[in-house]
Design a protein around this ligand. Structure first.
Ligand SMILES: C[S@@+](CC[C@H](N)C(=O)[O-])C[C@H]1O[C@@H](n2cnc3c(N)ncnc32)[C@H](O)[C@@H]1O
Length: 726
């Protein structure tokens, strides 16, 4: 039997014997749900006085608030916009709460289970299985199976990422084993075969760490944010903190970053507008008296603080910090402007005085500032070239370059970019390895190395075989996987020429300058050990390294030779594709070989581009013009000087029946069509330049040419140029 309504007050319900169910009491409405406003309780004299006082204060407060609102948001007249989640009474009194606006970015949410937060590559949510582990949907066009990112942070269960792959080349799952607490597990959700590694744990707190990792690795090839261990998949430091916040407080700031200034201002104003100070002890005692009318809920500052949600407190603290930082930045800017204003060009005697590195750095900053607003900030008696000369001298001192190379770099880059390049060239690029697809798949290799304590990531979504190594507890050049030929240590930029070459199976391919065989073995892998690969290098000692690498990596489709590439057509012609990874000045790899800064001069560059031109013409001559599959030559250098790049290509365009074609590399900056007094062919835009400061890889140049016939052009212009050069 259920409850009975009391139709007859006072009639006792008999408790008969044999009743099985216990009689329930009459339904009672909890006291806190009773609408106080309907209970007319007579007020005491003192309470009446207080009520009057309160009413007056509220009226004052409202008036003040409205005035300030009008002042700050003159256009905002639609009250309904802000009132929707206030109760009527609250709104009238201006009590703070979430407005519709801030509801969108600041929303208390209970911590979701991992599965609820886990999104696959297409945004589809993975379903938790009955055991709490989350199995993602796997869509693969091959039968190889997916890789699983395993969570090892306690009892949370494993997470299997959704993997959508278009081929077998591999995805990588970063599994971190840095402890049971909050370890970030790499998970792969990819729309193509490359994808990003997603830190599933971190996703909980961050919204989308996958995005972060992806951005890092995309924007900068090897992951700009990954030059240290900070941005790694492991991400223990930064992510851990956020995870704690998430777990402890069960609140999530959604899209805090997206909060635009207007939102922020409004929230700030809401906080600032409230007259929290105008609260007297009477009001508090009212509450103590048990007066539960809404209007009595006015807080002191402290009460208000206590009432804030943890995330609100954090946001408030953050805003305060931001304001302080802004103030500091402003002061610093003023100081800088003041400094800049007082910068005077040093006198002859001052110029002769040796300066400390810090002073040099300061002067570099000053001169750069003057040059960036020359008319306004210049010393009227000094010319631009004098400032440039001073800058060049200081840059040489500060970064230890010789005058020649610094001059070339100044000619090459705008000032701000020059500074970026110089800074980036002081830092080693991240260590990268190439998976040898003849022996393993990237995901398997990654898993094996992770198990050995290597912290790694895919290089970026432009390569299926590159991995960037952030840290390792074992020497990367001596792991069993290395010795077994599962990978080769290779800079990220070294993958580009082979990708541009796009070798095909069963072709005949020549690598003119192959030692030590990094790119050659990559070609063999792409050819799947079919066809014939001719790996040549003039240096007999270095050619041994090619042989060694080929053995280790399992390359079996090759012929290794040691001839002068400039005469290779005499040995053999008719190749479908040729790679000319030419000897060069190495100005793109200063970070790797700092000696380049001081050892290169005009003569070296001339020697380099002369050899490069000869090798390129020979390479073209070795190509089969009517190859059914190819007829392409890829020219690459690790130099950033146009003399060794665009100028060499331009020379070949004038001498042979070749045309530039797209490299197929969808990043990198366009080659120059003009440089100093040179004007290059407009198609030079099809070539690609890569820089340490923009792509986080060694400076590199890649061009791809298609041969149309064996015709040799006799260009007078080129002849004149040649004469001029000599
Ligand atoms: C940039 S390295 C090549 C690196 C190689 N492609 C790799 O990825 O491992 C340039 C190579 O050109 C070789 N070389 C220099 N002059 C040459 C010539 N005339 N003919 C053939 N090779 C030459 C050098 O011995 C050097 O090994």
């Amino acid at each position: 039997m259920g409850r009975k309504a009391k139709f007859s007050e006072g009639t006792k319900v008999k408790k008969g014997p044999g009743r099985k169910a216990k009689k329930q009491k009459d339904p009672a409405i909890p006291s806190h749900l009773i609408d106080g406003s309907k209970i007319k309780k007579p007020l005491s004299r003192r309470q009446k006085q207080r009520a009057l006082k309160r009413a007056k204060k509220n009226a004052d407060f409202l008036e003040k608030r409205n005035t300030s609102k009008q002042r700050q948001f003159p256009k905002e007249t639609d009250d309904s916009h802000n009132s929707s989640i206030f109760t009527e009474g609250e709104h009238d009194r201006g009590i703070l709460g979430f407005t519709d606006d801030n509801q969108s970015w600041l929303k208390p949410v209970t911590k979701k289970k991992k599965g609820e937060q886990f999104l696959g590559s297409d945004g589809e949510e993975a379903q938790p299985d009955s055991e709490g582990s989350i199995i993602g949907e796997e869509t693969m066009s091959d039968s190889e199976g997916s890789v699983v990112g395993e969570t090892q942070s306690g009892s949370e269960g494993s997470v299997v990422g959704e993997e959508t792959m278009s081929d077998s080349e591999g995805s990588v799952v970063g599994e971190t084993q840095s402890g049971s607490e909050g370890s970030v597990v790499g998970e792969e959700a990819m729309s193509d075969s490359e994808g990003s590694v997603v830190g599933e744990e971190a996703r909980d707190s961050e919204g989308s760490v996958g995005e972060e990792v992806q951005t890092d690795s995309e924007g900068s090839a090897a992951g700009e944010g990954h030059s240290g261990s900070e941005g790694s998949v492991e991400g223990e430091g930064g992510h851990q903190e956020e995870m704690n916040l998430d777990e402890d407080e069960n609140y999530k700031v959604e899209g805090l970053d997206e909060m635009n200034e207007a939102d922020e201002d409004e929230v700030n104003n809401e906080f600032e507008d409230a007259d929290w100070d105008g609260v007297d002890s009477d009001e508090v005692s009212d509450q103590e008296d048990g007066d539960n009318s809404h209007s009595s809920k006015r807080y002191s500052d402290e009460d208000h603080e206590d009432d804030l949600l943890p995330i609100e407190k954090a946001a408030k603290k953050l805003r305060k910090k931001q304001k302080q930082e802004e103030k500091l930045a402003e002061e610093e800017l003023k100081m800088n402007v003041a400094d800049r204003d007082v910068f005077t060009f040093p006198s002859e005697s001052e110029l002769k005085e040796p300066l400390g590195l810090q002073e040099v750095q300061r002067r570099i900053r000053d001169v750069v500032a003057v040059l960036s607003d020359f008319n306004k900030l210049r010393d009227k008696d000094r010319s631009r070239s004098e400032y440039l000369e001073l800058l060049q001298k200081d840059l040489c001192t500060y970064y230890s370059y010789n005058k020649f190379l610094m001059e070339r770099l100044i000619q090459l880059f705008p000032l701000s970019e020059l500074m970026e390049f110089l800074e980036a060239s002081e830092v080693q690029r991240p260590l990268t390895i190439r998976t040898n697809s003849l022996k393993t798949r990237r995901r398997d290799l990654a898993q094996a190395l992770i198990n050995r304590g290597v912290n790694l990531d895919p290089v970026g979504n432009w390569t299926k075989v590159g991995l960037v190594v952030y840290s390792s507890t074992v020497p990367i050049g001596a792991t069993p996987e290395y010795l077994a030929g599962h990978y080769i240590i290779q800079g990220a930029s070294s993958l580009l020429p082979v990708m541009a070459l796009a070798p095909q199976e069963n072709e005949r391919i020549l690598d003119m300058c192959a030692a030590p065989g990094g790119k050659s073995s990559h070609i063999a892998a792409v050819m799947k050990n079919t066809g014939v690969l001719f790996a040549n290098d003039i240096n007999a000692d270095r050619i041994k390294a090619v042989v060694g690498n080929f053995h280790r990596l399992g390359v079996v489709n090759s012929v290794v030779s040691s001839c002068d590439g400039r005469k290779f057509s005499a040995v053999m012609k008719g190749y479908d594709r040729v790679l000319l990874d030419a000897p060069c000045s190495g100005t793109g790899v200063v970070a790797k070989d700092p000696s380049v800064k001081t050892t290169k001069d005009e003569t070296d560059i001339t020697r380099c581009f002369t050899l490069q031109r000869q090798l390129l013409l020979e390479g073209i001559d070795c190509l089969k013009a009517n190859s059914s599959t190819g007829g392409y030559i890829v020219y690459s250098t690790c130099s950033i000087l146009p003399e060794e790049n665009e100028w060499v290509i331009d020379y070949a365009l004038k001498k042979r029946d070749v045309k530039l074609v797209p490299t197929g590399l969808d990043f990198g900056t366009e080659g120059f069509t003009s440089y100093r007094h040179h004007r290059f062919h407009p198609t030079m835009k099809l070539t690609r330049r890569f820089y340490p400061h923009t792509h986080n890889m060694d400076g590199f140049f890649v061009a791809k040419l298609k041969k149309f016939s064996n015709n040799i052009r006799k260009s007078n212009v080129v002849k004149e140029e040649e004469e001029h050069d000599t």
